[in-house]
Every structure is written in structure tokens, then in C-alpha cells.
Design a protein around this ligand. Structure first.
Ligand code: FAD
Length: 386
């Protein structure tokens, strides 16, 4: 079965690997002239690592990563609001992997036969008939397959054709990210909450640290040229160590800034032989670190639903039946988490911080565990992936 995948991001590539393992014929069409990821880190929680294990990739991904992750929430003075020590973190949540996005993308790309990847192909629309789908590309080219998967991200053109164009919802805050060389490790890791802003510290292999910062801001607001670092240093002045040192360690030009978006969950992803995957299907805020993880879960479930289906339409209907409830809950949970974490009022932030301090650790661990101690495939499913 020839499957046209629109988009060569983390979701599209993982889907192509999974479909290949299931014995199908995936072809990836990417508009860019090279596969690219932004210069930042990415965390893959245990649920994604298990999906990659099902594809035989978990070992390679763990090898890129630093062992012994711990988690926690702090206030700007560095006082712990909630701590999960490293041994408990891995016991409760399983292996988590943190790596550079470029390393993840190239690990995925190396698993895929280069002939299946078609760069410089910007999808513009599809036509669906009884026995197939034709994708049309900018410049006049077209490709026909039996199924089409829109893995074309937040502003998906496939989603717009399926369900109408809908602007993503701006979450009300913006995020900066950088990867910096930083010693000595280990570091205090996790998130620090202030009023209307947060700072996150995530150690990576090779003596590097991935950090992110958020602040409430107007949509589309940008830092004046050459002033990102100085603005961040001003915003986080006086926060606990080593926050200022981490900002200082970044090159001005390497600091990324992105406004944060999601979309109200869709009630359907599929029409006939066409469906959605990853951010195209369920754009979510990054508060739970689950966007790419959910794309990986989508990819393996899609493969095990399509492989045995006598009619592709039935396989895609089964895929959305299995995936929509879980991703819907995560989109909404991530949105709520972000709203609370970005509170600005001193009164509300005081209440919030006290409530987090008083929450028994076991309770907090349990709610995260429901999210990440999850295998998207049953043992029977796994045998379908080669
Ligand atoms: C600040 C931030 C931090 C994050 N941190 C994490 C994290 O730690 N862990 C995690 O799991 N997730 C995280 N995420 C979310 C994660 O980055 C995304 O969910 C994930 O990258 C989505 O992958 P995707 O392949 O679905 O979409 P994308 O990565 O957007 O890929 C879509 C691809 O489609 C291509 N494309 C688009 N339109 C067309 C077209 N018309 N024709 C052809 N090709 C097209 C694009 O060029 C792109 O290559 C974070 C997100 C942000 C913003």
C-alpha cells in the first residue's frame, strides 16, 4: 500500500519508519530543500521511548541522551515547591531521553531509505477518489497513493482542506530556547516559576544544557535586534543560580523565540483515505513536553491500524478512534497547566505555590505517570511491526 506522507518533521519521519516496518510503502513529501530542525533540545518521555522501542530505535535514542534525570519545581529564590529525585523519576516514569533536535531528526532520517524522501515538494491540495488519493504540489507535480497522511505541522494545509482553515489559538505567552555548553553537572533541573514567567533547565549529554524561558507577551512581539539576551537577563535578574549564567552562556544568535499555540481538539482527523498526524492533528502547548511524543505514538498506532485493514478507510477510522481521546485530554491538560504556570497576580501565584508545596509527591507523580507510563501498542500490535 502506497502511503503519501506530507511533511518530513519528527511526526512524518517516524510515521514513514513505522509504516515501512509494517510492510507498507511510505513516501515522504517535504517542502523544504533539506530536513531541518530548530537548534534546541527536545525531551522524549517514556511513552515516546516505548514507541521508538517498538520500531527498534529506542537504543539509538537513549545513546544520545543523559541518564539520571530528575525533576522538580522551584520558585525564583530556588526553594523547592516539588522535587522528584533521579532514582524515583526513572523508577516511576521509565527512561526519558533528552537530545538535540538535529540529532533526533538525523537518527530518524538514517532509518529511512533516501529514495522515500522527496524534498522541495510543497503540498497544495489533494483529490480523493474511490480507489486512491492524488497529492498536488506547488509547481504542478502530482503523486498518487492509496492513503494520504497530513504530517505538515501546526498550520497544516491538509487539515485546512479536510476541515476548513482555522487559526491556531495563541496561548498568551512566548518561549525562548537555547542549548549551551555548561559545566559542572549535575545541575538543579526542572522548572522555576515566577509571576508570568518561567525558566526550565534540562541537562543534556556532552556537557550541554538545554534551557527555556517563557513570558506573557502580545502575539507576534519580537525582541529588538541584538537585545534578546540582555532582555532575558533583565527579566530573570535575581533568579536563583545558575539561571543568569545559563542565559549568559548562550550566543545571542542561537536563542530561538517562538510564540506558543495550540488548537481546540478536533473531533475527527480522518475523511476516507486521508488523515492527520502529529501537530497537524493535535497542536498542543509544550508544557507537558508531549507534542513530539504524541506524534510518535500516532505513528506506531497508524502503522498497526493500516497494516491489517482490508480497506484503508477502515484502518484510518480505527486509528482516529484510538488516538483522539488520548491526545484530546493531553492538549487540554497542557493548556490548563500553562495557564496556571503563567499566572501573574502575586496573590494567585502565592496560592499556587503554596498548593504545589502542599500536594503530596505521590499524587503529583501519579498524575504524570498516567501520562507517560503508557504504551501505545498492545503486545499483539507489536508483532505487526516486523
Ligand atoms: C518551545 C517548544 C518546546 C517543545 N518541546 C517539546 C519537548 O520537549 N518534547 C516534545 O515531545 N515536544 C515538544 N515540543 C513540540 C514538538 O516540537 C512538536 O510537537 C513536533 O515537532 C511536531 O512534529 P510534526 O512532525 O508533527 O510537525 P513539524 O515539526 O512542524 O513538521 C512539519 C513538517 O511539514 C513540513 N510542511 C509544512 N507544510 C508543508 C506543505 N504544505 N508541504 C510539504 N511539507 C510541509 C514542514 O516543513 C515540516 O518539516 C515543543 C514545541 C515548542 C514550540
Amino acid at each position: 500500500m502506497r502511503v503519501l506522507i506530507i511533511g518530513g518533521g519528527i511526526g512524518g519521519l517516524t510515521a514513514a519508519i513505522a509504516l515501512r516496518k509494517a510492510g507498507l510503502d511510505p513516501q515522504v513529501y517535504e517542502r523544504a530543500s533539506a530536513l531541518r530542525e530548530v537548534g534546541a533540545g527536545i525531551g522524549l518521555m517514556a511513552n515516546a521511548v516505548q514507541a521508538l522501542d517498538a520500531l527498534g530505535l529506542g537504543g539509538a535514542i537513549r545513546a544520545l541522551s543523559l541518564a539520571g534525570m530528575q525533576g522538580g519545581l522551584r520558585n525564583s529564590k530556588g526553594e523547592a515547591l516539588m522535587e522528584v529525585p533521579a532514582d524515583e523519576f526513572s523508577r516511576q516514569f521509565g527512561a526519558m531521553a533528552v537530545m538535540h533536535r538535529a540529532a533526533l531528526l538525523s537518527a530518524l532520517e538514517s532509518e529511512l531509505d533516501a529514495a522515500r524522501l522527496h524534498l522541495n515538494h510543497e503540498f497544495v491540495r489533494f483529490d480523493q477518489e474511490d480507489h486512491g488519493v492524488t497529492a498536488h504540489f506547488n509547481g504542478g507535480g502530482a503523486q498518487r497513493g492509496e492513503v494520504l497522511i497530513g504530517a505538515d505541522g501546526l498550520r497544516s494545509a491538509v487539515r485546512a482542506q479536510l476541515f476548513g482553515a482555522r487559526a491556531p489559538r495563541y496561548a498568551g505567552y512566548t518561549a525562548w530556547r537555547a542549548v549551551v555548553p555548561f559545566e559542572p553537572l549535575p545541575l538543579v533541573t526542572g522548572e522555576t516559576w515566577g509571576r508570568g514567567r518561567r525558566f526550565g533547565i534540562v541537562p543534556m549529554a556532552g556537557g550541554r544544557v538545554y534551557w527555556f524561558a517563557t513570558a506573557n507577551a502580545r502575539e507576534g512581539e519580537r525582541d529588538p535586534a541584538g537585545q534578546t539576551k540582555s532582555n532575558l537577563l533583565r527579566s530573570f535578574l535575581g533568579w536563583h543560580r545558575p539561571i543568569e549564567a545559563l542565559i549568559e552562556a548562550a550566543d545571542e544568535s542561537s536563542i530561538l523565540r517562538n510564540d506558543i499555540y495550540d488548537l481546540d481538539p478536533l473531533t475527527a482527523w480522518t475523511q476516507g483515505r486521508v488523515t492527520l498526524l502529529g501537530d497537524a492533528a493535535h497542536p498542543m502547548t509544550p508544557n507537558l513536553g508531549q507534542g513530539a511524543c504524541q506524534a510518535m505514538e500516532d505513528a506506531v498506532v497508524l502503522a498497526v491500524c493500516l497494516k491489517p485493514a482490508a480497506r484503508p478507510e477502515n484502518g484510518l477510522a480505527e486509528y482516529q478512534r484510538r488516538r483522539i481521546p488520548r491526545t484530546r485530554a493531553i492538549v487540554l491538560q497542557s493548556r490548563r497547566f500553562g495557564q496556571i504556570a503563567q499566572w501573574q497576580s502575586p496573590f494567585l501565584c502565592g496560592l499556587r505555590d503554596r498548593a504545589v508545596r502542599m500536594t503530596p509527591r505521590a499524587l503529583a507523580v501519579r498524575s504524570l505517570k498516567d501520562l507517560v507510563a503508557y504504551h501505545p501498542l498492545s503486545p499483539g500490535d507489536r508483532s505487526l511491526l516486523g
